[in-house]
Design a protein around this ligand. Structure first.
Ligand code: ARG
Length: 388
């Protein structure tokens, strides 16, 4: 029997895949489950073996995910289509990396995933695997057998798999950077999300009446401390998910464009990402010169698009990282953030590298700005339009 290494999350698609790979592909299945946040590895391992995997490997990768994938992205700091903080998209290259590593280590020639033939995740995984291990075979049962969620639910029921709790077939992906939900009733663009679809965030009406104020320190474009206390990446993100979620911050309803241009509606919950990207931007505003800030926004646009499009392990990404590392050297200091009933407001910012000069900016009598320079500047600047 040919061996295959399946990326197993414990969700409907990958669970069904364990059985299908045995039944329809006649393959001997080994699974690999990674924890990128909020996954009970022991539970998933048990499930994999129960559903028919010969061997089930698990691996804790939260720190690597936070430090090597999320933090470099924070330096870019731009959401995909200015709305989606890329939680799922950032996780896929890391999953591909470990699939390849384990397949090599175990001497397995084929890897498998549970992606459909429609979404972005298949692109991210297949391209990343193709770049990292060109010779490896990729098996994608849900895509190849053209399965839909109803068929999978039925199949799961027939095989006594425990998916009765999945109501009306949402597809869920979760890691420390965010929770992504698609399918089901939100495919109707007019349908307001139901309260029970949110798990990490309170509705604004249920959030505390009193606001909370938090302070986040950054060094070189990367968050290092919360309220003056240094935290590891994972702890910091986890804390902010908790605080932001309690105050109803981080809900996103986005009709996004897939890599192929197909429009799809997604619900995201990303409290930490929402807070960190806003705080980061507040510090960029005072530490980057006008030109650097403007140009960098284009790099950040490119970076977010590249992550979304599954081109993570490319030279192009390395080039963008190199630019950002240099651009972000002075993005340091503290942002003060107020969270209140679903709203996030930046209420303070300070930096040792601040370019803001109060005595130049002020309209009070302390003003040091040379007003007399303005007339000549405007004449030269306007010459091409006024002709004199
Ligand atoms: N649309 C988002 C993305 O492409 C989220 C996908 C969620 N994936 C999933 N298997 N539920 O990044």
């Amino acid at each position: 029997m040919k061996k295959v290494l399946l990326s197993f999350s414990g969700g409907l698609d990958t669970s069904v895949c364990i059985k299908l790979l045995r039944e329809k592909y006649d393959m001997d299945v080994t699974t690999l489950t990674l924890n990128l946040g909020y996954i009970d590895l022991e539970k998933e391992k048990k499930k994999a073996l129960e559903y028919g995997a010969t061997e089930a490997f698990t691996l804790e990768v939260m720190d690597e995910f936070a430090n090597d994938y999320i933090f470099p992205y924070i330096r870019a700091g731009r959401m995909y289509e200015d709305k989606y903080p890329l939680a799922t998209a950032l996780g896929r290259p890391l999953i591909a990396k470990y699939l390849v590593e384990y397949a090599r280590k175990l001497g397995i020639q084929a890897v498998a995933h549970g992606c459909t033939g429609k979404g972005n995740d298949q692109i991210r995984l297949d391209i990343s695997i193709g770049i990292l291990a060109p010779g490896l075979d990729i098996v994608a049962p849900v895509r190849e057998l053209n399965l839909n969620r109803e068929w999978e639910m039925e199949y799961a029921r027939e095989h006594q798999m425990d998916f009765a709790h999945i109501k009306s077939g949402y597809s869920l992906d979760e890691n420390i950077w965010g929770r992504s939900l698609e399918c089901g009733i939100i495919e109707d663009l007019w349908q307001e999300p139901l309260p029970e679809m949110f798990k990490w965030t309170k509705g604004p009406a249920d959030a505390p009446d009193e606001p909370v104020y938090i302070e986040i320190d950054f060094e070189q474009g990367i968050p290092v401390a919360l309220d003056g206390v240094k935290y590891s990446g994972v702890r910091l993100i986890d804390r902010l998910n908790e605080i932001g979620g309690a105050h109803g911050v981080g809900r996103i309803d986005h009709v996004e464009n897939y890599v192929i241009g197909l429009k799809s509606r997604e619900l995201y919950e990303s409290p930490a990402a929402t807070i960190l990207l806003a705080a980061h931007q507040a510090l960029e505003e005072i530490t980057l010169a006008k030109m650097a800030l403007g140009f960098k926004r284009n790099i950040a646009y490119e970076y977010a698009k590249l992550v979304y499009d599954g081109l993570y392990f490319t030279r192009h990404k390395e080039d963008l990282d190199a630019y950002l590392a240099s651009n972000q050297k002075t993005v340091a200091g503290t942002a003060r953030v107020k969270l209140h009933k679903g709203n996030l407001t930046i209420v303070g910012r300070k930096s040792p590298h601040s370019l803001y000069s109060r005595e130049m900016a002020t309209y009070d009598k302390e003003d040091k700005f040379q007003h007399s320079y303005a007339k000549g500047f405007i004449e030269l600047y306007g010459f091409q339009f006024t002709g004199k």
